[in-house]
Design a protein around this ligand. Structure first.
Ligand SMILES: NC(=O)CC[C@H](N)C(=O)O
Length: 437
């Protein structure tokens, strides 16, 4: 009876559908460079490719994860067995009241491929318009279902993130590639591939004006700033913010894919900004790593990183809405981290620490330094994930407002002053900061 009732409910919900045509059922295999192979069935695009195999422990939000530009080049294994049961929402205007041009985290699927235990052929959700399989097919992204994702995860946890190959159809019957044939996405500057090529503005009449350095921004970062009344100007990753900084009340550095070793130029520019400019700076994930490199900390590659929406972090200091001694559950997607060094560089202190692996989860400028710079390894904008640290965006916006007041700049509400973008600003500075890959 209950089952019949549930079936009816799902039948009449807008998104109830099956997309059998996107389940080719072709044989497929995931080969790891370390020699292991896992066999399953193909869904989505019938296409073979190389990538870096990573796992995520998130239970929901496969749509947000897959559109996160930080997953660029990665074969994403979900530890949650059933993926796809609430389908995929539309991606057409109008989006929402904080329209930043996309409904999820970016315009399309960013990860190279997905590996799931059991892909849902039927989906049901009021906002869903298609199945995971049909979405993957439209975006030319292959998926494999029917594999033991727990076995893959246990392996990756022991041996670390591993290069892989998704082989679909006849390719899956061929022997696994030789170790030297695997493509390593981290050798490329992936940030350059996903960052905006030209500056653009959102909410130009906001109360404060924030510059965003786009290393591969998740859209919810932009929404979170706009929602709090900020006018936002998004710049390419290697734009030298120092050329325009007088026009802004704060600087935000976003998440981004790949190794921070490719972002030396941004770190060198930022070091100058921190030295010469006393307004609020906030960075997350890749942005946090760039802040750390600018501060003189070293970044390193972790064994398997942290990916999921259930990562506990302990606050070590009070700052705005964050209280020392409290544990916050956070959304994360990273492979690199800043080294915890003793002593910390002058003027800096650790802000958060991961409760599972004790890795650095945040740094901040000390009160005595007179600066207001914060970097966090996790994603306070939390798409998807718990909202425990979302108020860090309010803290940042409030700090920007307070700085305007302190500098007697007055309110800028409804003032539309065009930003003057000097051309050819990206510079080729000599790297001065260290990162161990
Ligand atoms: N989400 C991110 O910004 C991740 C930063 C970096 N790509 C890493 O893997 O550590």
């Amino acid at each position: 009876m209950l089952t019949r009732h549930l079936f009816r409910l799902s039948k009449f919900s807008r998104g109830f559908a099956t997309h059998a045509e996107s389940f080719s059922g072709l044989p497929a295999a995931l080969h790891l460079r370390t020699g292991q192979s896992f066999k399953g069935k193909s869904f989505g695009a019938p296409r073979s490719l190389f990538g870096e195999t990573v796992f995520s422990t998130s239970i929901t939000s496969y749509t947000e994860s897959m559109t996160d530009p930080s997953y660029r080049g990665q074969i994403l294994v979900f530890t949650t067995p059933m993926i796809g049961n609430y389908g995929v929402p539309h991606n057409k205007a109008p989006y929402d009241s904080q329209d930043v041009g996309v409904v999820l985290e970016s315009k399309g699927i960013q990860c190279a491929a997905v590996i799931v235990g059991d892909v849902a052929e039927r989906f049901s959700h009021y906002a869903a318009v298609e199945s995971l399989a049909s979405w993957c097919k439209r975006h030319n992204v292959p998926g494999i279902t029917g594999v033991d994702t727990r076995a893959i995860t246990t392996l990756l946890r022991d041996q670390g993130t591993t290069l892989g190959r998704v082989a679909v159809g006849p390719d899956s019957l061929l022997p696994a590639p030789d170790a030297h044939e695997y493509w390593d996405p981290t050798m490329e500057n992936l940030v350059d591939q996903v960052s905006t090529k030209v500056p653009y503005e959102l909410n130009p009449t906001g109360d404060i004006r924030v510059a965003v350095l786009d290393f591969g921004a998740k859209a919810n970062i932009l929404r979170s700033l706009v929602r709090r009344g900020a006018a936002v100007t998004v710049f390419p990753w290697n734009y030298d913010f120092n050329a325009v900084r007088d026009q802004f009340d704060g600087l935000f550095l976003t998440n981004g894919p790949g190794s921070p070793t490719h972002l030396m130029e941004a770190a060198v520019n930022l070091r100058k900004t921190i030295q010469e400019w006393n307004k609020p700076i906030f960075g997350l994930c890749m942005g946090h790593q760039v802040i750390g490199m600018a501060a003189g900390l070293e970044a390193y590659r972790m064994t398997f990183g942290n990916r999921g929406h259930n990562q506990p972090v302990l606050a070590l200091a009070n700052s705005g809405s964050i209280k020392a001694g409290r544990v916050y559950v956070t959304s994360q997607n990273h492979q690199y981290a800043l080294k915890l060094q003793d002593p910390f560089p002058a003027g800096w202190e650790p802000f958060f620490i991961n409760c599972n692996d004790s890795s650095v989860e945040g740094i901040k400028s000390t009160t005595a330094s007179g600066k207001n710079v914060i970097g966090v390894q996790f994603h306070p904008e939390s798409a998807g994930g718990p909202l425990d640290t979302i108020e860090m965006f309010s803290d940042f916006v409030n700090d920007c407002k307070a700085t305007r007041l302190a500098l007697n700049l007055g309110p800028r509400a409804n003032v539309q002053t065009p930003i003057d973008y000097p051309l050819n600003v990206p510079t080729k500075s000599a790297p001065e900061v260290t990162v161990s890959a």
